[in-house]
Design a protein around this ligand. Structure first.
Ligand code: 13P
Length: 278
C-alpha cells in the first residue's frame, strides 16, 4: 500500500531501524525494489531524482508506482529525490508523491532556510512530507548525482534549520559520498551523534553505496532512519549488461531486461537486510 513517507520514517525512528530509499529509473528497478522488499517484509521508499524529469514521464511513473504499491502488503512511499526547483516539487506533489526533498545545500544557511520553509509550507498543505539538506554530500565514482563540496553539517545550524523550517527529515552530511568511495571513507559518526542530539526528527544518510556495513549499522543506532541507495544497484545492472554484451549474441530485449532485474536483486536484498537489522 502507498503511505506517507513520514509514517514509515516515524516508525523506523521508534523501532531503531532504517528504511532504504532506492533510486529508480525504470520499470525493472522499481519492480526489483518493491518485490525484494515485499519478500523481506520491510517498508520501502521509491525515489525518483529531479534530474530524470526531462526523460521520465513523471505522472506516468507515479501512476505505475501507485499501482504496484496497491498490490503489496508492505508500506511503499514515493519520494522526489534532490529537487532544486520549486516547479518540480509542485509537479511531484500534484502527481501524488508522498514526500519531496528540497536540496538547498548550495545556498548559505539563511537562504536555505528561506527557500526550504516555503517548500515545507506548500508540501504540508498537500499532506506531503519534506526532506532537506544542510552541509553537502560530495560525489565519488560511478554516480550521476550533482557534485557537492563535501561540507559537513554543523549541529547548531541543523538545530536552527529544523526549528525554523519545520522540515520532516534532515539529510546530514557526515562524510559519505554519492557513489563509490575513492580511498578510505572518512565518516564522522561523532558528528552524527551531535546532530541527533541537536534535532529530534528522523535523519537521512545519502550515499549508501560503498559505505562500510559496520558504519551503516552504527549510523542507524545514532538516528539514521532512511538510507539512500543508488550506485551499487546501477552497477549490478550495468555489470550484467557488460557481461551480456561480451557474449556478442542477439537476444530479445524482454529477456535482457528480465535478467537485468534479477541481477539487481541481490544488492537490493543486501541493503534491505542491513537496514532492517535482520
Ligand atoms: P549512492 O549512489 O552512493 O547509493 O547514493 C544515493 C543517494 O544518496 C541518492 O540521493
Amino acid at each position: 500500500m502507498l503511505v506517507n513517507t513520514k509514517e514509515i520514517l516515524t516508525e523506523a525512528q521508534q523501532g531503531q531501524y532504517a528504511v532504504a530509499a532506492f533510486n529508480v529509473y525504470n520499470l525493472e528497478t522499481a519492480q526489483a525494489a518493491i518485490q525484494v522488499s515485499e519478500r523481506e517484509g520491510t517498508p520501502v521508499i521509491i525515489a525518483l531524482g529531479e534530474r530524470y524529469f526531462p526523460t521520465v514521464d513523471v505522472e506516468g511513473f507515479s501512476a505505475m508506482i501507485k499501482a504496484m504499491a496497491e498490490k503489496v502488503k508492505i508500506p511503499v512511499a514515493l519520494h522526489l529525490d534532490h529537487a532544486y526547483e520549486k516547479e518540480s516539487i509542485i509537479r511531484a506533489i500534484r502527481a501524488g508523491f508522498t514526500s519531496v526533498m528540497y536540496d538547498g545545500s548550495k545556498y548559505d544557511l539563511e537562504q536555505n532556510i528561506r527557500f526550504t520553509k516555503e517548500i515545507v509550507e506548500i508540501a504540508h498543505m498537500a499532506g506531503v512530507s519534506v526532506e532537506a539538506e544542510i552541509g553537502s554530500v560530495a560525489r565519488g565514482a560511478f554516480s550521476d548525482e550533482e557534485e557537492g563540496d563535501g561540507t559537513l553539517t554543523d549541529p547548531q545550524s541543523a538545530k536552527a534549520f529544523v526549528a525554523e523550517t519545520n522540515v520532516d527529515f534532515l539529510a546530514a552530511a557526515i562524510g559519505t559520498v554519492h557513489g563509490m568511495y575513492q580511498g578510505e571513507p572518512k565518516i564522522d559518526l561523532a558528528l552524527l551523534e551531535k546532530i541527533r542530539e541537536a534535532v529530534g526528527i528522523p535523519l537521512v544518510l545519502h550515499g549508501g553505496s560503498g559505505t562500510p556495513e559496520d558504519v551503516v549499522k552504527k549510523a542507524i543506532e545514532l538516528g539514521i532512519c532512511k538510507v539512500n541507495v543508488n550506485t551499487e544497484v546501477s552497477m549490478a545492472a550495468v555489470s550484467y549488461l557488460e557481461k551480456y554484451a561480451e557474449k556478442k549474441q542477439m537476444a530479445h530485449l524482454s529477456i535482457i531486461m528480465e535478467e537485468m532485474q534479477q541481477a539487481m536483486e541481490p544488492v537490493i536484498t543486501k541493503f534491505v537486510r542491513l537496514l532492517s537489522q535482520k
